[in-house]
Design a protein around this ligand. Structure first.
Ligand SMILES: Cc1cc2nc3c(=O)[nH]c(=O)nc-3n(C[C@H](O)[C@H](O)[C@H](O)COP(=O)(O)OP(=O)(O)OC[C@H]3O[C@@H](n4cnc5c(N)ncnc54)[C@H](O)[C@@H]3O)c2cc1C
Length: 419
């Protein structure tokens, strides 16, 4: 028996377990997935839980058992991965050692509040993170008690998962306090190390404009030094500080330590990945996808989904003794909730920033790019069912509607002209 080992049963690992087990002859291939958790998290739901919005209230609204989305014929091992011995082609775990012929790394990334002075001690007192399920639910309780004062959101450093989630959170906070009739008693500030609301200029301008309209202050270029929960301030290295009553924190995001300890990482737990083929840069027989890569695009579920198609094609070619030729272009696609039943949509890649226009079809859309619409909001709402029922099983239709590489169809490229 030949062995395919998939590390991580989150978005990327689950998609590939499904698609590859359909393509490989399971009489000749043993496909095993290893993950330390038994609950699959729908992380896009974490931005709604703190506000009890749109039917997101409890843990059960964003979780399914991992096994429910893995196909029959694939082995699931519930264990902590401790070392990847790529020379010996084996993986050491808390449940024993597993050898492989081909290995897929889909281990994601996690928040690391301990990287910022004072942040870990502040957590659960007056600082919370909606980047974890537990944090999101704790923030729900804290916000329910908030009647007046200041809600500050801080992004500690980049890169983070879903870089639009913080601005979505802050727009939803504006909506939440408006619904409760106390928006005029709550100050909202968005504090970021970036030069604006997002990583890319056109989207940053569009989102910054919406923030201004909603009376949300954006404080850019903030290089965090630490958090003092007693004084209720976030301090920057240059001596600036921002006050808060409740801090919604996005701590530094790191890849798993086991990646660096196994000699496969960049020092921050992200696997060194060829940005086109998605093969490990230095080691044969290993592919990487999702948040665990170090490729220069967003860490998003949509990206993990597009990358899965590239990895599937390349790994099957290599198994057949051919060169990996499929090339990823960094395609990312994300709805951005802006409150009051509206959302924007962005679609971009390594080289092209989010542009205005319509998606996926020219003129008719139905979704609008870089512009608020109700249809975009319903797209985001519908995505949860698509995620559970089509995306994880690898049945989401690709070309021509949702190709793994970005299409210019419907995009207004005239806005790319120099100003
Ligand atoms: C608040 C928030 C909002 C988001 N919103 C969106 C959105 O609107 N749209 C979008 O496209 N994306 C969104 N995302 C991002 C999206 O959820 C992730 O990019 C996606 O889930 C990444 O998939 P992955 O397979 O790379 O990692 P994950 O799905 O995180 O899976 C990684 C798996 O590896 C396992 N693992 C890690 N280390 C070990 C170890 N040592 N041993 C065993 N198992 C291990 C973990 O338990 C986990 O199950 C959001 C994320 C957050 C936090």
């Amino acid at each position: 028996m030949k062995k395919l080992l998939i590390l991580g049963a989150g978005t990327g690992g689950t998609i590939l377990a499904n698609t590859l087990s359909r393509k490989l002859d399971l009489k000749q291939w043993d496909v095993t997935v290893i993950d330390k958790v038994v609950e699959h998290l729908y992380q896009p739901g974490f931005i709604f839980l703190p506000f009890r919005l749109y039917g997101y209230e409890n843990r059960s609204d964003v979780t399914h058992p991992v096994k429910r989305h893995l196909p029959g014929g694939v082995n699931m091992v519930n264990a902590d991965i401790r070392l990847i011995d790529h020379a010996g082609k084996k993986v050491e775990t808390s449940a024993g050692v597993y050898s492989y012929d081909w290995l897929i790394l889909a281990l994601g990334c996690h928040v690391a509040p301990e990287e910022v002075e004072g942040l870990e001690e502040s957590m659960g007192k007056n600082a919370f993170t909606f980047y974890t399920l537990e944090g999101s639910l704790a923030l729900q309780k804290a916000l329910e008690k908030m009647e007046k004062g200041k809600l500050t959101l801080n992004i500690a450093e980049m890169p983070i998962k879903c870089p639009v989630a913080p601005i979505e959170f802050i727009f939803l906070a504006d909506y939440y306090f408006s619904k409760r009739g106390i928006r005029d008693k709550i100050e909202i500030e968005f504090v970021t190390p970036l030069a604006g609301a997002f990583t890319k200029p056109q989207a940053s301008r569009a989102l910054g404009e919406i923030a201004r309209r909603k009376n949300i202050k954006i404080t850019p270029n903030f290089d965090i030094q630490g958090v003092d929960h007693e004084k209720k301030v976030v301090n920057a290295f240059n001596g600036d500080s921002v006050e808060y009553d409740i801090l919604a924190s996005v701590p530094p995001n790191l890849g798993p330590q086991v990646i660096d300890e196994s000699g496969l990482g960049d020092g921050a737990g992200y696997a060194l990945t060829d940005e086109k083929t998605l093969k490990h840069k230095n080691v044969d027989n290993i592919y990487v996808l999702g948040d665990n890569t170090n490729v220069p695009t967003s860490k998003a579920g949509s990206v993990a989904h597009f990358e899965a198609e590239i990895v599937e094609e390349n790994i099957l070619r290599e198994i057949d003794g051919k060169e990996p030729i499929a090339e990823f272009d960094g395609h990312s696609n994300c709805f951005i909730e802006s409150g009051f039943h509206k959302a924007l949509l962005i679609d971009f890649n390594y080289d092209t920033e989010p542009l205005p226009g319509t998606f996926p079809l020219p003129k008719v859309g139905p979704f609008s790019l870089l512009k608020e619409s109700r249809l975009n909001h319903w797209g985001k709402m519908g995505f949860k069912q698509i995620y559970w029922n089509l995306l994880l099983s690898g049945h989401l239709p690709g070309d021509p509607l949702l190709p793994s590489n970005m299409s210019f169809t419907g995009k207004d490229i005239s806005s790319l002209a120099p100003e």
